[in-house]
Design a protein around this ligand. Structure first.
Ligand SMILES: Nc1ncnc2c1ncn2[C@@H]1O[C@H](COP(=O)(O)OP(=O)(O)OP(=O)(O)O)[C@@H](O)[C@H]1O
Length: 243
């Protein structure tokens, strides 16, 4: 279980994380919905150890993570623009974490992951020879192949077209189930949050509100789920009443 208590972060006089508290059980995905600038990236980078909080605690299975450097936390941050090694092939990008950890059966593990990601035929290409969606799949594979404790996903599909985005969402759901992935998934897209999350939260001005159920998330007018439903009802009404 990931436990975060009263996480606080200020840039100069601007408070970006305001007493953020959450619990995330193993194998669950918490979808965090929030508008641009609400502090989502700061939250994920602080959990990953890439930013230092002013106060608060981050625990994994009861052990404090604050003193642990990012690589020892095994909490992987994935951004919208996948960061891949440009000079390495797809295969070697995915193999990287395994080689660093001196794990066995690298070849077989990477081949299996390439198959999961449907990237077998691109194994020897360099990142620059791939589409945005394919690069994001490589970044996923590289992150999950060594089974990190927590995946921290920062609007990972925001730059993709609608179809590629939908197929990446399905791929994520399939792999999340298969590998029991524990993840914080931040997005500004309410449909994506509903589709991806096992649990739901809403972030505004550095404050995180956790919902006790999916229904509570959907019923809160600030999340925009109601507006989304009203929009589609009005479109349906318009289309069925066209002359
Ligand atoms: N290094 C920094 N120095 C000062 N202010 C910062 C810094 N990084 C972020 N901020 C400010 O903190 C606030 C939250 O930024 P953050 O990147 O966490 O937001 P976000 O919710 O991820 O937004 P977006 O969806 O646009 O990426 C913003 O107002 C931003 O301008």
């Amino acid at each position: 279980m990931l436990t975060i208590e009263n996480l606080h972060k200020t840039y100069h006089t601007h408070t970006v994380l305001h007493q953020v508290t959450l619990e995330l059980p193993l194998g669950q995905v918490l979808a965090v919905l929030g508008r641009s600038g609400c502090g989502k990236t700061t939250l994920l980078k602080t959990v990953a150890g890439l930013l230092v909080p002013d106060a608060g605690s981050i625990n994994w299975a009861g052990a404090s993570m604050e003193a642990a450097p990012p690589r020892n936390r095994e909490m992987v941050y994935l951004s919208q623009e996948p960061l891949l090694f440009p000079h390495l092939s797809v295969f070697e990008n995915i193999a990287y974490g395994l080689r660093v950890r001196k794990e066995a059966e690298v070849q077989a593990k990477v081949e299996r992951m390439l198959q999961e990601l449907e990237l077998q035929e691109h194994a020897q290409k360099k990142p620059a020879q791939l589409s945005g969606g394919q690069r994001q799949r490589v970044a996923f594979g590289r992150a999950i192949i060594f089974l990190p404790r927590v995946l921290l996903l920062d609007e990972p599909f925001a730059s993709l077209d609608a179809q590629t985005r939908a197929s990446m969402q399905q791929l994520f759901l399939r792999l999340a189930r298969k590998y029991s992935i524990t993840a914080l998934f931040v997005t500004h897209d309410v449909k994506e949050a509903l589709l991806i999350g096992d649990r739901f939260a809403y972030m505004a001005a550095g404050k995180l509100r956790i919902y006790t159920s999916g229904e509570a998330f959907m019923e809160d007018p600030t999340t925009g789920v109601r507006d989304e439903l009203a929009f589609w009802n009005s479109i349906n009404h318009k289309i069925t009443n066209l002359p």
